[in-house]
Write a protein that binds this ligand. Structure first.
Ligand SMILES: [Zn+2]
Length: 130
């Protein structure tokens, strides 16, 4: 039987497979992200259970499909170019957590992560009374 996943993911290169949510329920929905570029295929595919189907507002869907594949819930198959993937991480959690904003072009991600690490280390030290 051909699943929705096969139709959306067949023959596509993935840049990352990761788990953005951990829960004990079976995946029943496949959230299809926006296109990488206009007229192209979905940037990412996310597998969610019925409890979390509407969660994660930072990952807006262009469509949600019923899913019967065996991909574990909370997993994301990401097709975005690496630069877009890293920028998404910065936008969704790194910048809100640390205040560190990557420059708009020519980002040295190791420098961004180093700055974020220094911000968090200083915060921990302050909180520990140091
Ligand atoms: Zn769930």
């Amino acid at each position: 039987m051909l699943t929705v996943l096969h139709g959306l993911a067949d023959q596509r290169p993935f840049t990352a497979l990761r788990t953005v949510l951990v829960c004990p329920f079976k995946a029943t929905a496949l959230r299809e992200g926006p296109a990488v570029e206009p007229g192209t295929e979905a940037a990412w595919l996310m597998f969610l259970c019925s409890e979390h189907r509407g969660g994660l507002p930072g990952w807006p869907a262009v469509e949600i499909h019923a899913d019967t594949s065996s991909v574990p819930r909370g997993r994301v198959l990401d097709c975005r170019p690496v630069e877009q993937l890293l920028q998404s991480h910065a936008d969704l959690w790194l910048t809100p957590l640390t205040g560190v904003q990557p420059a708009t072009s020519g980002v040295a991600w190791s420098d961004v992560l180093g700055q974020a690490d220094r911000v968090l280390a200083a915060r921990l030290e302050r909180e520990a009374g140091g």
